[in-house]
Design a protein. Structure first.
Length: 538
């Protein structure tokens, strides 16, 4: 008999409409914010955009997208850092009825090409600073032929023969109705093995997520101003920083990415009150010598995408006692937030990820017996869970159990009061500062090096950085004359081929043989024990 855990919160009304209609159409899902209210502020230039302008300009871009011959259901890719133009591209795509696939700005050309090919993108919006990376990707073997007319700059000026996003604006298009079950977004998630997979997030997934968030998540008040540093290409930033504030009528201050000085300046200048962060941001703020009184407007921070330890939370709140810190839990595949707690709950439940969000059901399943347990893999079910992996039926089948249960790969426990804690991971995925690093991808890369006979990659926890660091264990093809130089050479070689967050920051360790099972599976638990022994010797 399955032990199904339910949310203590009643489910909210779940609309059946497109994301664009949900945000800007005629609905009764939430009180309609002031159309002249400020929706977004460029944290560097100070440019402000009203809510009504956001909707109007999205429809203008939608008309331009359609004029290029892009049809409803086609895929467009956005490759850039946070900006208002990025938002315009996203919402313009939604108004046009296309599937939007956001790509990480940290991608190397091969990684970017994988997403372009796998998503079948036929239209690309790109930040000016990343145009060179895109062109290198499109010059690689197996790259699709994307005509220059379908490469659009996320900029207010044209350059190098490519149009600016503003050049596409036309008379506003009236969005056509389409099924809420259709795919809205394709964010890419690495999963446990192999290359990144496109997560099919439907319109209903997102609207249900925002409805649930607005029910129990720390409510955004009328006078709140939100910090927008999380990458919009990540589902955490996409849902909670970009979409939710639009339903609450509060402005978001957009910054390209986290950079200490610009973030501190923006918080002070725009009197930011609420921030969405990842744990390493807290560490930077704790040790920063530039804070002064710049954080005095902040009332709270929500941490996600990676575990937030009780000790780090306590240290931060001791230094900044007026700022409460909470955390939640979720995955790209769940749109993303599944567990959350309010600021008032955070100090009594530090180290936990909160209670189950409304609309979700959960089970804890023992990996060996397949039976429900007190400590087990977290399985989830509900309207926010993805449709599946894009064009990958095998991966979809492997991640869903009978009854529609999504297997998260994370091991959890739940207290009697309903608060969950994530205590382990079934998945081998490494999380570096919220970014996903699949060991199998790095291992395949290392094995392509003639100097490497065998390799395995694990994550090692860095207390100082509050994140996992990828570490490679390598069997050299021939014994190197200078082991230290060889390790540096391998680490440097990897740096030139992957996104920065996949660098071997945990080091390169030379080993005689990679521990494996009789079937050839890498015994990562043995490597983790070895890592602990190495740490103990230091």
């Amino acid at each position: 008999m399955s032990r199904i855990l339910e949310s203590i919160h009643p489910p909210p009304f779940l609309p059946k409409c497109s994301i664009f209609d949900y945000l800007f159409g005629d609905h009764q899902c939430y009180p309609t914010p002031d159309p002249k209210g400020i929706a977004f502020i460029d944290g560097l230039s100070g440019k402000k955009v009203q809510r009504q302008q956001v909707a109007h300009q999205a429809r203008q871009l939608a008309a331009g997208i359609r004029s290029l011959g892009v049809k409803q259901g086609d895929v467009m890719l956005i490759f850039g850092m946070n900006s208002y133009e990025w938002i315009n591209a996203l919402l313009g795509g939604q108004a046009a009825g296309v599937v939007v696939s956001p790509a990480s700005y940290a991608y190397s050309p091969p990684e970017l090409l994988h997403q372009i090919n796998d998503s079948t993108a036929s239209l690309i919006f790109v930040g000016p600073l990343l145009l060179d990376t895109l062109l290198k990707a499109l010059a690689l073997p197996d790259a699709p032929k994307i005509p220059p007319s379908r490469i659009v700059l996320l900029s207010d000026t044209s350059t190098a023969g490519y149009k600016s996003i503003y050049d596409l604006w036309q008379a506003p298009l009236t969005p056509e109705p389409y099924a809420e079950s259709s795919t809205a977004y394709l964010c890419y998630s690495s999963g446990t093995t192999g290359r990144a997979k496109g997560v099919e997030t439907s319109h209903h997934n997102i609207t249900s997520e925002i409805q649930a968030l607005n029910t129990v998540y720390e409510p955004l008040a009328d006078k709140d101003v939100v910090l927008g540093i999380l990458p919009f290409s990540h589902i955490y930033g996409l849902s909670v920083v970009l979409h939710q504030p639009l339903t609450r009528g509060v402005p978001v201050v957009i910054l390209p990415r986290f950079e200490e000085i610009s973030v501190l300046s923006a918080i002070e200048k725009y009197k930011i009150t609420w921030g969405l962060v990842v744990p390493p941001v807290l560490i930077v703020l704790i040790h920063s010598k530039n804070v002064g009184n710049k954080l005095k407007s902040l009332r709270g921070l929500m941490s996600g995408a990676a575990p937030l330890g009780r000790e780090l939370t306590a240290t931060f709140e001791k230094k900044f006692p007026w700022i409460k810190v909470t955390q939640g839990y979720g995955l790209t595949e769940t749109s993303p937030v599944t567990h959350v707690m309010t600021l008032d709950e955070s100090r009594t439940h530090s180290g936990q990820v909160g209670r189950l969000m409304p609309t979700f059901q959960a089970r804890l399943v023992d990996a060996e017996s397949g039976k429900d347990a007190e400590r087990g893999e977290l399985w989830l079910r509900g309207p926010c869970v993805m449709k599946g992996y894009w064009r990958n039926a095998e991966a979809t089948s492997n991640t869903f159990a009978e009854g529609g249960w999504f297997k998260t790969g994370d091991v959890a426990v739940v207290a009697e009061d309903g608060y969950f804690a994530i205590v382990d991971r079934v998945k081998e995925l490494i999380k570096y500062k919220g970014f996903q690093v699949p060991p199998a991808e790095l291992e395949a890369l290392l094995l392509s090096n003639d100097q490497v006979a065998d390799a395995a990659v694990i994550g090692i926890w860095s207390k100082d950085q509050a994140t996992e660091l990828p570490r490679a264990y390598i069997v050299p093809a021939t014994k190197p004359a200078d082991a230290a130089a060889f390790r540096k050479e391998i680490a440097k070689w990897v740096e030139g081929k992957v996104a920065h967050y996949k660098n071997l920051r945990g080091g390169v360790v030379l080993i005689d043989a990679i521990p494996k099972s009789p079937s050839g599976k890498i015994l990562r638990k043995d490597l983790r024990l070895l890592a602990k022994e190495e740490k103990a010797k230091l």
